[in-house]
Design a protein around this ligand. Structure first.
Ligand SMILES: Cc1cc2nc3c(=O)[nH]c(=O)nc-3n(C[C@H](O)[C@H](O)[C@H](O)COP(=O)(O)OP(=O)(O)OC[C@H]3O[C@@H](n4cnc5c(N)ncnc54)[C@H](O)[C@@H]3O)c2cc1C
Length: 422
């Protein structure tokens, strides 16, 4: 692995054949998550592809010149030409491998992949999901000196990391930026000593044996498992939604609202999330039309009062979307008036959908008892129907899904487990 400065870019990257270049920064959790993957892949591919790192903060001019907008960013070069995909954010090992393999002939790729040695590691507790529930369980277990690993298919933080502001988490007088709150939770747990394996692919899981395979080669075993995989946004399931997902249709205001400065936006939904997030989107967009199926919003009073006081937001009640289409730069949303059954079209620059969530149980739903909505049933210690398998946070069957309730579940499971293991 070579560390370079801008002055060496020409020689060490552009004139060096096959290269992968990592723009990293300090105080950058996704960069920290990438570092061990980059190093281990450098050992595997290093004879054929040059692995180069550059510190972005000290090499800003080059980073601007190459339009590198976030850290880490991986760029792949073949004889001075950028090739493959630019990878940023929570970079998965499998995505790096995919791009490295594109640089090499098939025979070479086979030689290298044959060298990948499966690894096995053992822990007392394995936590799946590093949102508030999983992070809290990790903290309590670590403080109880229980050898614990946190595994996440994305970066730590869960939904909090993409919530623009949290005003109801106790201990903070002012509203907190969601990413800071989740960052602090994650750092507290990491500093205690909990092991992290994040931005990984889960290849398979065996709950009975309490074994998981990550990135196709890394087996992790544990005496106990805590499932803290949370929820994902519901899709509308209507024509055009999948095709336009990420191309004008979004499920995350924090991630995407900033791209709608002075633009018109449609928001689907009428619960707390839809109302709160519309208020946030209005900091950027010039006009928001909220489409909701009932004759009144279901959000709480405080959220509704905020909405009523916001001149940029108007409501189309008792209407339901039927399809989305792209027309040039615009998204056309067809909505049905549920009273008259007439179809109207709404033209906007983007659509945000906030119509509730579904539990992330795909990997375990045939093994565990679930409620009628598919959430995992637990007892008061957060035990599931399978011995040594616990579940916490939004993924479990319960009435209220909040950061505080996820944190409480994580605490309970961790204390129960620590007592059993001791
Ligand atoms: C837009 C929005 C705004 C919100 N605002 C607030 C608020 O202001 N206040 C409040 O108290 N609550 C709020 N909530 C609710 C709150 O965010 C959740 O209750 C809380 O995050 C639940 O924590 P969790 O740890 O159970 O799950 P999550 O936060 O959902 O985290 C689950 C984690 O599991 C990971 N994961 C998923 N599948 C797997 C897998 N197979 N293997 C490994 N990891 C996996 C995910 O990547 C994620 O990191 C909001 C939610 C949303 C969507």
């Amino acid at each position: 692995m070579t560390e370079i400065t801008s002055a060496e870019f020409e020689k060490e990257v552009l004139q060096s054949g096959k290269v992968v270049l990592d723009f990293y920064s300090s105080e950058c959790p996704p960069c920290e998550a990438l570092a061990p993957k980059f190093e281990s892949l450098a050992k595997l591919y290093g004879a054929d592809i040059k692995f180069v790192k550059i510190f972005r903060q000290k090499n800003r001019e080059l980073s601007d010149q190459l339009v590198v907008k976030s850290s880490p960013t991986l760029i792949f070069y073949d004889n001075g030409k950028e090739v493959g995909d630019r990878l940023t954010g929570g970079i998965k090992r499998s995505d790096i491998i995919l791009n490295l393999n594109k640089l090499l002939p098939e025979s070479k790729v086979k030689q290298i992949t044959d060298k990948i040695k499966p690894t096995v590691s053992e822990f007392d507790v394995m936590i799946l999901g590093a949102g508030p529930g999983g992070l809290t369980a990790g903290l309590y277990l670590c403080q109880a000196k229980v050898n614990t690993v946190l595994i996440d298919i994305a970066l730590p933080g869960g939904h909090v990391a993409t919530t623009h502001e949290v005003s109801n988490y106790p201990g903070f007088i002012e509203p907190q930026a969601g990413y800071m709150l989740s960052h602090n939770m994650s750092e507290q747990t990491k500093l205690c000593g909990t092991a992290y394996k994040v931005a990984v692919d889960v290849t398979s899981i065996d709950l009975d044996k309490r074994e998981i395979i990550l990135d196709e080669y890394e087996t992790v075993k544990a005496k106990k498992i805590i499932i803290a995989t949370g929820t994902s946004p519901n899709l509308m399931g209507i024509p055009g939604e999948i095709e336009l997902k990420g191309k004008g249709i979004s499920y995350c205001a924090t991630c995407d609202a900033k791209y709608y400065g002075d633009k018109e936006v449609v928001v689907i939904g009428g619960g707390n999330s839809a109302v709160e997030e519309s208020d946030f989107i209005s900091k950027f967009a010039s006009k928001i039309t909220m489409v909701h199926q009932f004759d009144a919003f279901t959000a709480n009073k405080t959220a509704q009062e905020k909405l009523a006081a916001n001149p940029k937001i108007s409501a189309l009640l008792e209407h339901e979307p039927r399809s989305f289409k792209r027309d040039g730069d615009k998204i056309i949303t067809e909505v049905e008036d549920l009273k008259t059954k007439k179809i109207k079209t709404l033209t906007s620059d983007g659509v945000f959908i906030f119509i509730g969530m579904k539990p992330n149980v795909q990997l375990f739903k045939h093994k565990l008892k679930l409620d009628q909505w598919g959430y995992i049933k637990t007892d008061e210690d957060m035990r599931t129907s399978l011995p040594d398998v616990f579940a916490v946070g939004d993924v479990i069957s319960k009435k209220y899904r909040q950061i505080t309730t996820a944190v409480a579940d994580g605490t309970i499971a961790a204390i129960a487990i620590a007592k059993e293991l001791n």
